[in-house]
Design a binder for this molecule. Sequence first.
Ligand code: GAL
Length: 437
Amino acid sequence: MTDLQRLIQRNRLSRRGFTAGAAALAASPLLARFASAQTPITFEEGAEEELEIFSWWTTGGESAGLDQLFAAFSAGSPDVTIINAAVAGGAGSNAQIALQNRLSGGQPPDSWQSHHGKELFSLYVDPGYAEPINALWEEQGWLDAFPQGLIDQVTLDGNIYLVPVGIHRGNVMFYNKHVLADNGIEIGDSLSVDDFFAAADTLKAAGVAAVGLGDKDTFAAPQFFENTLLGALGPESYLALWAGELGWDSAEVTAAIETFARALDYLNEDHAALTWDGAMDAVIEGRAAFTSMGDWAWGHVVSKGVEDQIGYVTHPGSEGGFVTVVDGFTLPMNAPHPVNARNWLRAVGSKEAQEVFGPYKGCIPARTDIDASLFEGYFSWSIDALASVASVTSLAHGSSASPQLRQAIFDATIPFVVDRNVEAYQQALVMAAEDDV
Ligand code: GAL
């Protein structure tokens, strides 16, 4: 057993709140193989006593993944106390507000979670909260280890501001295999919109909620909508919409909204009371058949040890696109513990950390030099898709639109789930886009 493996094990066993599901995970042969892929990461000397890390990773798969990153850091800095400042709430709904209060008050943590693209630039770079980390990228050889397209989306005016740790796919439809089999429904390599609605009708007739939604999390319905838009428009027009080249008043958008409204006819009754992971639990327990969600939901499935019971396919009609949701970590201006903050980034950017993080978190590594043979099942499906279909941005996770437009679309989507007024919703989207210019 290597030093890092020992540390990972100690970390697992000593962490309070360690669940039975996570224990099952630790015993998984797949993850044992990941854990053995570790080599030491060289750290800068002069560590301070503490390291405070801010994220919104609190659910089963999220916190299990975060623990892997903590372990990778602790392997190089075993005496540093890590303060986990995570704030619960899917897609960072609460965390981003709490973080803005801290940043504007001059109280940054040592590093915080951000998505790539517009969210990073608008919330953290433009106000001057994030420090460029070009020197770290050069020192670690990361310019050759990450895809250029991704580097471009964490770079502004020649300065790099984020270390990506993993890539999620946002447009995945997870389903309960037993519920579908019991109702004679088979899912192939992809799922058309017509086949989805045929399945939904069969399930409805059998008294099963076809669609599990957890819109207590404000991002969940907008995410369903963006996946529906991608399915209806295809990747090219979807990107044209976010680029302002296709109008929100177009007939294609009307058709997508109609499909979204139709899908909402099949919702679980308790959708407003559930968070995204609650909706995934509803699918796991057979109270709903499908849930459209990013693959952090696969991390949730893994944390419960029920991978064999849950199937996955792209959101209906969206197989030609990969909604790319990238998580990464920043370096703040005036980090309270700057040596630890830089060492944290060295750790999370390493090949070794990314190979162990993804299987718990439900994502694939952001680096391209990972050992792909280590990734099986869901993960090899996702790696192959990223290499072969069009990569597109996400509204719900910050990369498609400004924070203002994102919020305006969220605000319009919440009432639509209840009233399903297609015309009013489309009008609200048109106005939100106009106001954003
Ligand atoms: C996304 C984030 C994921 C996952 C998800 C649900 O915004 O990129 O890592 O945490 O929210 O909370």
